[in-house]
Ligand binder design. Structure first.
Ligand code: ATP
Length: 310
């Protein structure tokens, strides 16, 4: 890369909703094969990178996001992303990462993954690495299953652990109302609950006879930009275990569906609930009525772009 390097780079990366998530049997290594359709939505993490001797991080929340409990050491995914890029690219400089979180923590919307994707893009620009996108995507997959999608954005199908991506055709825009929850759910705990349920009912359920796959009707609805059609096909295998762990969420789902949502779904491993509205006006109405009922509701839309310098 030629020319002077920037003193500061700001990148934003979106949170995601899994509009379809089928979970296969647990593998010998404890992980599950999944088939998912991701949609990136207009709730963004923002990472500002400035030159520094070491790799350091500060995290601030927004009015709806409590960042207490988010690690600010080597466990933070954004720190790991910066260190990994430096190692692979032979960079000896450090970076200070200022992270502004708008995606709920442990909310099933891939907030930490978005931070990692944003940190990769920001450090790549700050250090003048110029790494090809495909190589950045490979680093992203080493950081976590949802990180490659936060880099790519838009609409995509994820297989394997969710990290083997193929972009999906999509048209139009989908309006969602999100209801975050102040107490997060741990992704491994939700998968563990799913395994325990399948174990208890092994005789009735049996082992899966095929690899998980995204329902073609979901892809058709996304291609058509048809919210009614999508509402009829959304599915999340983590919803039942998430509701089992957090029965209070069922009441919120009912409230949203009774207030005009076309469909309500647990986002990823939860506990954020995502309600699909027929259009922007319906989403605003739904947001108002959920807020009036005492639920903190956010109106977002998708699909939006992946991690980008702003
Ligand atoms: P996913 O949907 O990808 O499973 P999530 O949205 O449910 O993830 P995150 O907010 O990404 O959950 O983070 C889950 C946990 O990861 C947190 O409780 C925290 O301990 C740890 N973590 C590591 N780095 C970060 C980060 N940058 N932001 C938030 N959490 C982080």
């Amino acid at each position: 890369m030629s020319g002077p390097l920037p003193a500061r780079v700001r990148v934003r990366a979106p949170g995601k909703i899994n509009v379809f998530l089928e979970v296969g049997d647990v593998q010998d290594d404890g992980y599950h094969d999944v088939a998912t359709a991701y949609q990136a939505v207009s709730l963004y993490e923002e990472v500002t990178a400035t030159a520094s001797d070491d790799v350091t991080i500060e995290i601030v929340g927004t009015s709806t996001v409590d960042v207490e409990g988010v690690p600010t050491d080597e466990r933070n995914l954004a720190v790991r992303a910066a260190r990994m890029l430096a190692r692979v690219a032979g960079v000896t400089d450090g970076v200070h990462l200022a992270v502004r979180k708008a995606v709920p923590v442990a909310g099933g919307m891939g907030g930490g993954s978005a931070d990692a994707a944003a940190a990769l893009v920001a450090c790549d620009a700050l250090w003048g690495v110029g790494m090809p996108t495909a190589d950045l995507a490979r680093l992203a997959a080493r950081l976590g299953a949802d990180v490659p999608f936060a880099l790519l954005g838009g609409t995509a199908v994820g297989t394997g652990r969710g990290d083997e991506l193929s972009p999906a055709l999509a048209s139009g825009r989908f309006d969602w109302v999100l209801v975050p929850n102040s107490t997060g759910l741990s992704t491994p705990v939700v998968y563990g609950e799913l395994d325990a349920h399948r174990e208890r009912h092994a005789v009735d359920i049996g082992r899966a006879t095929r690899a998980p796959a995204v329902d073609p009707d979901v892809l058709h609805a996304l291609r058509q930009g048809d919210a009614q059609m999508l509402a009829a096909t959304v599915r999340n295998d983590l919803q039942a275990p998430a509701l089992h762990l957090r029965p209070d969420l069922a009441r919120v789902l009912e409230r949203g569906e009774g207030s005009g949502a076309l469909a309500g779904i647990v986002s990823g491993s939860g506990p954020t609930l995502a309600f699909l509205a027929s259009d922007e006006t319906a989403a605003i109405d739904l947001q108002v009525s959920l807020s009036a009922a005492g639920y903190p509701a956010l109106h977002v839309h998708g699909p939006v772009a992946g991690a980008r310098v702003v």
